[in-house]
Structures are given as C-alpha cells and as structure tokens.
Design a protein. Structure first.
Length: 351
C-alpha cells in the first residue's frame, strides 16, 4: 500500500478516536471510571445514566485502542471489567492538570460541524455562520495552562509586569478576548491585589466566565462584559492589557491593538500570547506549523472572513506579522519574550 494511503488510514483511526473521546468527555465516562474505579459496562452505564449497549461498545473500542485496560479479555461481554490506567487519569479525566487532553475531542467535533458551510465559503467567499454555544459549548483547551502556569511562571517571567501586578496602587488588568474567563481568574488568583476586567464578543462565554469566577471566589475582583476588542471607547485605564491566543482570530487586529493601546495607563504594557510557528514559511513544516495550518483552514481563518476589510490573518501568525500590526496600531516597541510556553510565543508591546 502506498505510504500516503497508510498515512490516511492511520489518520482515520485517529479521527475516529477523537470522536469517541468526545463521547467520553461529554458523557462523564472518564470521570466516572477515574472516581468510581473499575467497572463493567452495566456498572458504568448505571453510574453515568447511559445505555449499556452503547457503553459496552465504547469500552471495547477504548480497550482495543489501549486507552483503557480490561481485566480479562476472554470474559463474557457483560462480565469484563474495565479500568483507567493511572497514567491516563490526568490526560482524560482531570481538566485542571496541565496534561489534560480530552478537550481535543470537543475541539475536533465542533470544528467538523460547519464543514458543509465552509465548502460554500471556499466557493463564494464570506464565512460560515458562528456555531451556537450548545450542545457542548467551547472546549476549554487553555484552562489548565492558565490555572497552573499563567500567574506562577509566565507573567512572573516578565519582571516589569510582575512588579506592577504585585505593587501599589493595585493594578488594573484588561483581559481582551477572555473566553470562559480562566486567564482572568488565574491572574487574579496569583496576584491578590489586582482587579481584572474580561472582555469578549460572545455573550455565552461571558456568562460562563462569570459563573467560573463566582465559583472560584473571585467575583469581587474579576468582572466580565460583552465588548468588541476593537472598540475605541473601551472603559478604564489599565496597567496591563492581555490578549491570549486570540489576536490571530480577530478580523481587525490593528484596530484591536490600537484600542488596547488607548486603554493603557502611563507605563502600561500589552502582553500577547499567540502561536509559536516558524518565522518564515517552510514546506514540509514542523508539527507545530502543521497543527496551526490545520486549525487555520477549518476554524481560525473562517472565523475572521465574515467582515468587510478583514485582515484574514489565520492561525499562522508569524512574529514579523504581529510586529507589523503593533507598529500600525501605534506601538513603538514589540519585544519577543524569552518564555518557554510550549506551543505559544509571548510578546510585550509598549508605547
């Protein structure tokens, strides 16, 4: 069989695995196994309020794929007991762990939903309509990174920003394109003097963010509002404005950065995290660029194509492109920060 045919067969197995991971995450199957221990298909169905025959097929798939273990493969279908290997718990069942990856199933399924509309957008221009929040909401793919690393490692690695966030008078932070609020919550949790205003265009994510902040006990210092990042009249004067993994999705990134600059107090900074891709186009490209291009084709570029005059950046936001946007927005300095943040690159913009 040709190498490319073998590659596509392997990718089909992987794509279907992500679909089954979506089911496990959405139905609470992983959490029930992690918290309740080994189970037969009937026991797991009972724990999760699901149908045994579906659960049995899911368990057999996961055992066949090595995602779960089965005590006795030779036992009858209803007698087999399945368990989650301890090393898989963090990846599949603990959304606050930095190694958590079950969200990828949600990402993949949501990315596939608008593909028929994307076909028409390729032919005729424009963009597919925005996805509704339901049934699964957005995958919180950055939650664990923010909770574990943003306020403990990444921001402390920027000395000028860290000093201001710890200093007096208490600093004000604007978190632009805050999503479901975990970056705002993480900053407020790490820096107990600051207040954070989170802004996003999506009313559903703002509602989710408000609930998340309340459950974290931070509603008094973290507030959220539905606001366009490119609005020149955003309220307040802020010591820090953040844009985390969102600039490349914006139709008008220069306007968004200009609004962020106008929001700054004297001596303030804008801190951006976006994709860590190669400085120039290469082909074949490293895995990071392949991943960024894949998301760009099916999600990130389409999300920005619906507005007249869009910058149409896509997910492959190279440092020179970002620096050009910052200069056009009126920033005098764009600093690429020496922060080890995996698939992200951090920048600091100052006037």
């Amino acid at each position: 069989m040709p190498a490319l045919a073998l590659r596509l067969r392997a990718h089909t197995i992987a794509a279907l695995e992500l679909c089954t991971i979506y089911l496990g995450e959405r139905l609470g199957l992983y959490r029930a196994l992690a918290e309740g221990g080994p189970a037969t298909s009937s026991e797991l169905a009972g724990r999760t309020g699901t149908v045994e025959r579906y659960v049995r097929e899911w368990l057999e798939h996961h055992a066949a794929s090595g995602l779960l273990e089965v005590d006795d493969p030779a036992a009858g279908p209803l007698q087999r007991r399945y368990r989650m290997p301890p090393e898989h718990v963090a990846v599949l069942a603990d959304p606050d762990h930095v190694h958590y990856q079950a969200y990828r199933g949600v990402e993949a399924v949501r990315a596939a939903r608008p593909l028929p509309e994307l076909v028409e957008a390729f032919r005729n221009g424009g963009a597919p309509p925005p996805l509704p929040w339901e049934p699964e909401g957005r995958a919180e793919f950055n939650r664990a990174l923010f909770v574990n690393l943003l306020g403990t490692r990444w921001l402390p690695a920027i000395p000028e920003v860290d000093r201001r966030l710890r200093g007096e008078p208490p600093a004000r932070v604007a978190d632009v394109a805050c999503g479901t609020g975990w970056s705002s919550i993480a900053m407020a949790g790490a820096y107990p003097r600051i207040t954070v205003d989170g802004f996003d265009l999506d009313a559903d994510v703002i509602a989710a963010a408000t609930g998340n902040a309340g459950r974290a006990g931070l509603a008094g210092r973290v507030r959220f509002a539905v606001v366009d990042a490119a609005d020149p009249d955003l309220p307040g004067r802020y010591d820090l404005v953040t844009i985390f993994e969102a600039l490349h999705d914006m139709s008008r990134p220069v306007e968004a950065l200009a609004a962020a600059r106008a929001m700054l107090a004297e001596g303030g900074s804008v801190v951006i995290a976006d994709e860590r891709v190669e400085d120039v186009f290469t082909a074949p490209a490293p895995d990071r660029d392949q991943l960024a291009y894949g998301w760009s084709v099916v999600s990130c570029l389409p999300s920005a194509m619906g507005e007249p005059g869009t910058a149409a950046t896509g997910a492959v936001l190279r440092p020179a492109t970002l620096a050009g946007y910052a200069e056009a927005a009126g920033f005098r300095h764009t600093e690429t920060l020496p922060i080890d943040a995996g698939d992200w690159r951090f920048y600091r913009l100052t006037t």
